[in-house]
Design a binder for this molecule. Sequence first.
Ligand code: PDD
Length: 277
Amino acid sequence: MSLCALNGEIMPLEEARISPMDRGFLFGDGVYEVLACVGGRIRAASLHRARLQQSLAAIALDVSVDAVFNDLQRVLEASGIQDAKLYVQVTRGPVSVREHSFPSVVEPTVFLSVSPFTVRQLEPVSALVREDIRWRRNAIKSTSLLANVLLQQEAKALGAGEAILHRDQWVTEASTSNVFMLKDRALVTPPLSNDILPGITRHLVLELAHDLGLGVNETPVSVDELASAETLFVSSSTRGLMPIDRLEPGGQVGQGGVHSEFEALASRYDELLHEHP
Ligand code: PDD
């Protein structure tokens, strides 16, 4: 039985009900977080809290992040799951009339769920390279994910693991992750902007590059450069660091396979996640 918490009340997932007039359902008017919990400990919780706070502020939704995280801890403990994927969604709540602008008084809906998490794989996958068809406020972790859904579905249908996105041939991120190249003992990744989500995994990877003596270059990356990486990889809380060995279009990345520096980075990343507050 999977557990969830709906507005603070813990219940079996199948018993949770929300109104069809919830603005999250009607408009995708909400924000979310996805967190990994390993060995009973939520990974990088402080960074996820800060990002949820930023997303809420960006959509002018006033909800106590402390209360959300207290409830998250409660539902996690109630589930008894040690290795869990945690989902947090906060919407602008139910309304009596469907109108785009916000009502003057809102009752946000806070939905939290816990499901078993299987630890990531290190095997390389292929990625599609596609135009970034999303809106222009991608730093907000919005639940309006239709473009990401369509891109990820296309990747799956064509046997690829991800879709790497670009605007005018400049890489933004991927449909569910951030993009990195490992090249000449440096990590190269597009800089933070409205075009990308400030990924928690991205942040952690940059933090530990120092420990490993790798350079860091947050700079625009063109689509043409991708295949010249020694290792190309994407990062996210649930998939960790996932190497990409083929691009469609674009062909093989580097020499194929995974560079030893990437292996060192991935194992240091695992250690860091157990330590990070
Ligand atoms: N996605 N970019 C996009 C578009 C994402 O959807 C995600 C994560 C990331 C990586 O962020 P983080 O390192 O904080 O997980 C980057 C989550 C896992 C999801 O939507 O399920």
